[in-house]
Ligand binder design. Structure first.
Ligand SMILES: [Zn+2]
Ligand SMILES: [Zn+2]
Length: 134
């Protein structure tokens, strides 16, 4: 069981079993949406995911039809979302309660990475989207 929550604690959720390995997205949308060098992402099966509280307070922003962010309406923290047309739930790795038992698998959109951030690990780097096998 993996659990997670937003900064204020209104939104809480649980994932049965393990999440996927983590990937780090360096695209410009993820950098703006997080205010950080990259977004740490993971996925789980929709059938493994359960809201524990706060689902009613979640808000949504559609940057493009394929880039939608959902966040707590009170504290603004990003919260999970089911990916449109899939049975997968997109997770924000930094919002999960430790230990999550997963490490970083790879980097994506490294061609868009921040000039001030240097990737120093030996994980694979891709210039397009790529989700890990769960
Ligand atoms: Zn919150
Ligand atoms: Zn991204």
């Amino acid at each position: 069981m993996t659990t997670g929550q937003c900064l204020c604690g209104d939104v809480k959720y649980a994932i049965e079993g393990k999440i996927s390995p983590i990937w780090l997205c360096h695209c410009s949308k993820c950098r703006r949406g997080t205010g950080s060098a990259f977004h740490a992402s993971a996925i789980c099966g929709a059938d493994k995911f359960e809201w524990l509280s706060g689902e009613d307070g979640i808000r949504e922003f559609e940057s493009t039809p394929t880039y939608v962010t959902r966040f707590c309406g009170r504290c603004g923290s990003p919260v999970p979302q089911q990916l449109r047309g899939t049975e997968l739930v997109f997770l924000h790795a930094g919002a999960l309660d430790e230990p999550i038992g997963r490490g970083v698998d790879h980097h994506i959109f490294t061609g868009s990475k921040a000039s001030w951030y240097e990737i120093t690990d030996d994980r694979a780097q891709y210039d397009e989207h790529r989700t890990p096998a769960t």
